[in-house]
Design a protein around this ligand. Structure first.
Ligand SMILES: [Zn+2]
Length: 600
């Protein structure tokens, strides 16, 4: 009788022996062993080729999400040996780096890492699946970060399959370098494997979810439309195959992560059953990133520094204007109508105008400060704006400015196509906002310096109607009464939900709520990622009941939700719309420049 444990041990020995024998002499080779799904433990073996006697191995401190997450905190132990099996000395150089001696003839480094962070930016192994953002699992040998490598997976349960955009090579996978490797997520589970062809490309759709929670025909139908709309808008398809990874958990979810040849997206199952709008918008956004940020890439994000932040002024463009494109793609795909497109514009203007920091933090400063987004205080409306929000609006306004300056010969579409041709296709990176300005001026043949000085590096109020008038629209200010619970809570993403601000002399303060209190329940429901939405659905006059834990034992506080006046913006037609405005509106809604009206 062979017990499970012995069979496992034999498989490990066999598998490692094969790799040690057959891996290319000069390539780094990784084996990721899914040893203990129930304990969320992964064992990694790295075979180093011959080289310098002293080697350094670095665990990334960040990847994908612009947040330092210190992945090395999850490493349980590290050891090393030479190819004959004799132990080598490996010592820690700092909290994310190890130094190995005696490795001139190559070496084998092994370590165990705990992976249980969910979501499209995470790495998770459990008895249901493995989804790996490989930067959270794999350290890299500093001297050979840019050389080709191979990766194999062992102890994959027999009913699981492996999906990854990496190149399969005889039982394992290869990548041209470490950056490409960690830009390629891996899903291992009994997933639903779909595919389709569109615009000359081949697409895989990997869905890990309960089959009763989604309609795969509708999903594939919408993906066809999104791919067709985006590739025709860019007049480009810089890949042969592309993979969409989806998780539709019944619990908290939400978010997407872009990669050069794939995207990973998590959406709550109940949310997508109500409407595919969130599915369409996040998919359009992440798919467009394959150009904007993955290929049309700011110089400040290259080379990637895995040991610390890459500070960049360009996220207003790389993220925010990707959100502008997300709206245009959905409109071109027929997934939203003019009414929703224009309503969204009003919502985005309202969001920006209601944050006092829009007069103190520029779009570029917001980009530089992206790394502070995990800090509660930073997210307060008087401290920061969102580069997604202002960037999306700048995308819309820049589009209108280019149309005006070029007499409808160019638009945001020509700007992206110009950047694609002059940066992405030439393997060059653009000089943050200066590079965007260069492109905008090249396609419009006009000086657009004023736009960048006032609204991108500057903090001036954006005169919305000066831009919107061009397509016969105007933004109207309305004062509306909105329910106000009297406090702001942190987003409950990677920690407990806590109170980050309490309105002075308000009912919440009188009830005893204080900054720093940990919220454990709202209206009888445990605090979760969706608690902030739950708060926004309360009506003024309604009693709010919150359980907190902090000073002393858990207590329940109650008070009445108040009301506060807020400025809201509604975008609608100007009073007397001219035929020129109408023609420009029609072109604008297609995301195209030409109106068919002769230029003056
Ligand atoms: Zn994005």
């Amino acid at each position: 009788m062979i017990t499970h444990a012995i069979r496992r041990a034999l498989q490990v020995a066999l598998c490692f022996a094969i790799l040690a024998t057959f891996s290319g002499a000069s390539d780094v080779s990784y084996t990721v062993s899914l040893d203990s799904p129930e304990q969320h433990l992964v064992q990694v073996q790295i075979i180093l080729p011959p080289g310098p006697a002293t080697r350094e191995l670095q665990f990334p401190v960040w990847n994908a999400l612009y947040q330092v997450r210190d992945f090395a905190q999850f490493v349980n132990w590290v050891r090393a040996k030479d190819r004959a099996g004799n132990s080598l000395v490996i010592r820690q150089a700092n909290d994310s780096r190890w130094q190995l001696d005696g490795a001139a003839d190559g070496a084998i480094v092994e370590y165990q890492v705990y992976v249980d962070s969910f979501g499209p930016f995470g790495a998770q192994l459990n008895s249901h699946h493995a989804f790996l953002n490989l930067a959270q699992v794999l350290m890299y040998p500093v001297d050979v970060r840019n050389t080709p490598l191979t990766i194999g997976f062992s102890h994959v349960p027999s009913d699981w399959h492996i999906a990854t955009p990496l190149q399969p090579v005889s039982g394992s996978y290869s990548a041209e370098n470490y950056d490409r490797l960690v830009d390629s997520p891996v899903e291992m589970s009994a997933f639903h494997d779909l595919s389709f062809d569109e615009a000359g490309g081949h697409f895989r759709v990997i869905i890990d979810a309960d089959a009763t929670d989604y309609d795969s025909a509708k999903i594939v139908g919408n993906l066809h439309k999104i791919v067709a709309a985006a590739t025709s808008w860019m007049n480009d398809r810089p890949f042969d195959t592309y993979t969409f990874f989806y998780h539709f958990p019944r619990g908290p979810a939400g978010g997407g992560m872009e990669h050069a040849y794939s995207t990973a997206i998590d959406l709550n199952a109940a949310t997508i059953q109500r409407s595919l709008y969130p599915f369409n918008s996040v998919t359009s956004h992440e798919f467009f990133h394959l150009w904007n940020v993955k290929r049309i890439r700011p110089q400040t994000l290259e080379p990637i520094d895995y040991t610390r932040e890459n500070f960049t002024r360009a996220l207003w463009f790389s993220e925010g204007v990707t959100s502008t494109a997300e709206e245009i793609i959905q409109l071109r795909a027929g997934l939203i109508e003019e009414k929703q497109f224009v309503a969204r514009l009003g919502e985005q203007i309202s969001e920006l105008e209601n944050r006092p920091a829009h007069l103190t933090q520029s779009a570029e400063e917001s980009s530089l400060d992206a790394w502070l987004e995990g800090v509660d205080y930073y997210r307060r409306p008087e401290r920061s704006i969102s580069y997604y929000n202002k960037g999306e609006l700048l995308g819309f306004m820049l589009d209108l400015a280019i149309r005006g300056a070029s007499h409808d010969r160019a638009s945001l579409r020509e700007l992206f196509q110009w950047m694609n041709a002059n940066y992405a296709k030439k393997g060059r990176f653009f000089d943050d906002s200066n590079g965007v300005r260069e492109a905008a001026e090249a396609v419009s043949h006009a000086d657009l310096g004023w736009f960048f000085t006032k609204y991108v590096s500057g903090r001036e109020e954006i005169p919305w109607n000066d831009f919107l008038r061009y397509v016969g629209l105007h933004a109207e200010q309305l004062s509306i009464s909105i329910p106000d619970p009297g406090f702001i809570a942190s987003r409950n993403f990677d920690g407990p939900m806590s109170v980050i601000a309490v309105t002075p002399r308000g009912d919440a303060e009188r009830a005893g709520l204080q900054v720093g209190d940990i919220i454990t329940a709202i209206q009888g429901k445990p605090a979760s990622e969706e608690s902030n939405q739950q708060l926004s659905r309360l009506n003024s006059g309604e009693t709010i009941s919150i359980k907190i834990r902090s000073r002393g034992p858990e207590r329940e506080l109650q008070w009445k939700v108040a009301a506060r006046q807020e400025i809201s913006y509604r975008v609608s037609d100007v009073d007397h719309i001219t035929p020129e405005q109408q023609a420009r509106r029609a072109a604008w809604l297609k995301g195209e420049a030409e109106t068919g009206v002769p230029a003056p």
